[in-house]
Design a protein around this ligand. Structure first.
Ligand SMILES: Nc1ncnc2c1ncn2[C@@H]1O[C@H](COP(=O)(O)OP(=O)(O)OP(=O)(O)O)[C@@H](O)[C@H]1O
Ligand SMILES: [Mg+2]
Length: 275
């Protein structure tokens, strides 16, 4: 970064650090509770995502995994508890600011716009463009064109990494379920997040594409990104996760390595309903 850029950059609060300054930030939920009517979706759950690691969240249907993702990403306010990023309380930080602070997520059901092309879906997720304001459009055509070109370049680079380049101009609705999952991940990566929350990335994906997805996630971890993954596919959890939390009925039942938690009889009871 040049001195001029440093001078004009806003002071780096922990939650708003620039991409290069974001390494080693912990995202954590502390004793969060969420209720929907009488249903306690989360009941004092705490998780901490180690920087540069892949953390798995597993548990039976309805355990509260997606709700916990929503709390971390900012789409669900907890009734109790705190969300922290690098120690700073971000419980009330709205979702768009969390996205710009480096937290991205995918959804359990892919949210592509079927009638737009694959490339257009990625460009929709690009950082706010200077051309979105009419004044800027008239005064700063050069800047607008450069920002657009950068976003296109970034989108094409991501598509190349997941080998979807040849489908860039196809409508997203024409993609297979697995290809949509890859596109969903690329969309989450458009804002250059350092923390990525993936909700069931392997659901409905064929084994060959799951392998490709795993390789991509491992490569991104190698580049320093932090992941949390909700997944029912235990082979994938075993292959990817450095640390695993098991949720049941809105609480953390246990945590540890994949081998340790799967050896725990309480975990088998929660999954299989064994007495
Ligand atoms: N928007 C909502 N309104 C009402 N109840 C909800 C809502 N979202 C979740 N719940 C309930 O909260 C509980 C936890 O749901 P959640 O989606 O977090 O579970 P999950 O662990 O992600 O399950 P799955 O593995 O099936 O995706 C469930 O009982 C669910 O029915
Ligand atoms: Mg879920």
């Amino acid at each position: 970064m040049t001195q001029a850029a440093l001078d004009s950059a806003p002071a780096a609060a922990p939650a708003r650090a620039a991409p290069g300054q974001r390494a080693q930030r912990v995202l954590a939920a502390e004793a969060v509770s969420v209720s929907f009517g009488g249903v306690r979706a989360l009941d004092g759950a705490s998780v901490s995502l180690a920087p540069g690691r892949i953390t798995g969240l597993v548990g039976p249907n309805g355990a509260g995994k997606s709700t916990l993702f929503n709390v971390l990403a900012g789409t669900q306010r907890p009734r109790r508890g705190t969300v922290r990023l690098a120690g700073a309380d971000i419980t009330r930080m709205p979702v768009h600011r969390r996205a710009h602070a480096g937290i991205a997520r995918t959804f359990q059901l892919a949210r592509e716009l079927d009638s737009l092309s694959v490339l257009e879906n990625l460009l929709l997720a690009a950082p706010r463009q200077p051309g979105e304001r009419l004044g800027n459009l008239l005064l700063r055509r050069g800047a607008v064109r450069r920002a657009e070109a950068a976003a296109i370049e970034r989108a094409l680079a991501l598509l190349a990494r997941v080998r979807l380049t040849r489908l860039a101009d196809q409508p997203a609705g024409a993609l297979s379920g697995g290809q949509k999952k890859l596109l969903e991940l690329c969309r989450a990566l458009m804002l250059e997040p350092d923390i990525v929350l993936l909700d069931e990335p392997a659901a409905g994906v064929n084994p060959a594409l799951i392998e490709e997805l795993c390789q991509f996630i491992l490569a991104l971890r190698g580049e320093g990104k932090t992941f949390a993954i909700v997944e029912h596919n235990m082979d994938m959890v075993a292959a990817l996760c450095d640390h695993v939390y098991v949720l049941a009925e809105g609480r953390v039942l246990t945590q540890g390595s994949f081998d340790a938690v799967t050896a725990d009889t309480r975990v088998r009871q929660a999954y299989l309903g064994e007495p």
